[in-house]
Design a protein. Structure first.
Length: 443
């Protein structure tokens, strides 16, 4: 029935229909179990969003308790208790100045909201000329039309170009692929941004950035200080800063939010994925009082933000998000991530010496391992080599689920993973990479 009826996202179905499909039946802790009873470590946190593991009693109970009250009630002109309480908590834990919370149901829709807010902010202030956006090379912000208009991954986005609004693209500082290394990569980024802001600031509404770590572009880690300098340039030139923390938020980088690592307070911030501990689809776009104030007007002025989703502020999702954030505090999750990330770094250190491991990039528990055909020249594998896919297949055979980004093998375990579990998972990861790159396996 799976092959007969389902169309899977980001999946070539011709390949899939000739494969042995994985069908998950249940989860327990950081493991998932298929319909045949086989267990797998969740080595990519079910697409980067699981925090505390699966089937967590406290999170299950939060949903059950709320279900006994009300499953859903709209936020259009009214409110519900969990949505209010979660908004207050988000304002408390996010960077200073983000005082208003607008809910949605996924990272992409949260980005769409941020883009529209930035655009209408300037419109409401009487500056209709500020209507374009700056994005970064290989950026990924979701799959809605607005989100891919500020995306810049050709493989995902080029086919839709006739449907999109144009954006200015500056380089993300990809030190490994920059001949001058980290310092020159950072300078190239800041120079491109500076020139663009100096010459076109009157037409630019906002810069959108994946702070500190660029996710789908290959787990690219910014050089220290780069985000802070980008934020300062935006402030200087009167351009809004949108931080897309969908992948990096809620402890993934070792701080609650990646912006915290450099003390950056954006004008708009998008959060999702780990917000509910990976349980239910809730996202939020947070705005400053300055942005909110541009929409706060008399009814007849028509400055209202006319945007909303049917399940905005869903009580079940907000209730489990509150329970997840409570576990963050009770279990000292952030301190745990810092210790675990150091352990993972040490475990993977030996892998750096393997002949086809070009670079291991890590920030917290976001790890990307770039595989190369030739280490000295950094020559990449061809797309047709499917090297990342083959490593993922091998990892599945050994009992762990991961999902690659081209030639980059991605390891993003649940934050609740124990050191013993991380020890086993990193062993599987290393074995999978060595097996497929050094000829132990031919297919």
């Amino acid at each position: 029935m799976n092959k007969a009826y389902l169309w899977h996202p980001f999946t070539q179905m011709k390949d899939y229909n000739s494969s042995d499909p994985l069908i998950i039946e249940r989860g327990e802790g950081i493991k998932l179990y298929d319909v045949h009873g086989r267990s797998y470590y969740d080595g990519f946190s079910s697409v980067w969003l699981n925090v505390h593991g699966h089937n967590v009693p406290e999170l299950n109970q939060a949903i059950t308790d709320q279900l006994g009250r009300v499953a859903h009630s709209t936020l259009l002109g009214m409110a519900n208790i969990p949505a209010i309480e979660l908004a207050e908590k988000l304002v408390e834990i996010t960077p200073k100045g983000l005082n208003k919370v607008f809910y949605s149901d996924s990272g992409a829709t949260g980005v769409e909201i941020a883009i529209k807010m930035a655009f209408q902010y300037w419109h409401n202030r009487g500056l209709q000329g500020k209507k374009t956006f700056i994005t970064m090379n290989q950026a990924y912000h979701g799959d809605t039309i607005g989100a891919i208009s500020v995306g810049a991954i050709p493989l995902y986005h080029d086919v839709f170009q006739p449907m999109l609004f144009p954006s200015h693209v500056i380089p993300y500082p990809y030190a490994y692929r920059h001949k001058g290394g980290a310092a020159d990569a950072m300078e190239a980024t800041l120079t491109a941004l500076r020139i663009l802001l100096e010459t076109r600031r009157d037409e630019i509404a906002a810069l959108i950035v994946e702070p500190i770590v660029q996710g789908a572009g290959g787990i690219i880690v910014m050089p220290s200080g780069c985000l802070r300098e980008m934020a300062a340039l935006c402030r200087k030139h009167g351009v809004l800063l949108i931080a897309d923390e969908v992948a990096t938020g809620f402890g993934r980088t070792g701080a609650m939010f990646a912006c915290d690592l450099e003390g950056v307070s954006p004008d708009l911030m998008v959060v999702g994925k780990g917000l509910t501990g990976g349980y239910l689809p809730v996202a939020a776009t947070l705005a400053t009082d300055e942005v909110y104030g541009a929409f706060y007007a008399d009814y007849q002025e028509q400055k209202t933000f006319f945007h909303g989703h049917s399940f905005t502020g869903n009580p079940l999702g907000c209730a489990v998000a509150l329970a997840s954030l409570k576990l963050f505090e009770e279990r000292n999750m952030l301190e745990g991530v810092l210790a675990k990330s150091l352990f993972v770094e040490q475990k993977l250190a030996a892998l750096k010496e393997r002949p086809h491991v070009g670079e291991i990039r890590q920030k917290g528990l976001m790890i990307g391992i770039e595989l190369v055909r030739d280490k000295a020249s950094r020559e990449p594998y061809d797309w047709a080599d499917r090297i990342g896919v083959r490593a993922a297949v091998r990892a599945r055979e050994l009992g762990m689920l991961i999902r690659p980004l081209g030639n980059v093998v991605v390891f993003i375990p649940p934050l609740a993973s124990t050191e013993d579990e991380l020890d086993t998972m990193t062993d599987i990861l290393a074995t999978s990479i060595v097996d497929v790159t050094e000829g132990r396996l031919t297919t």
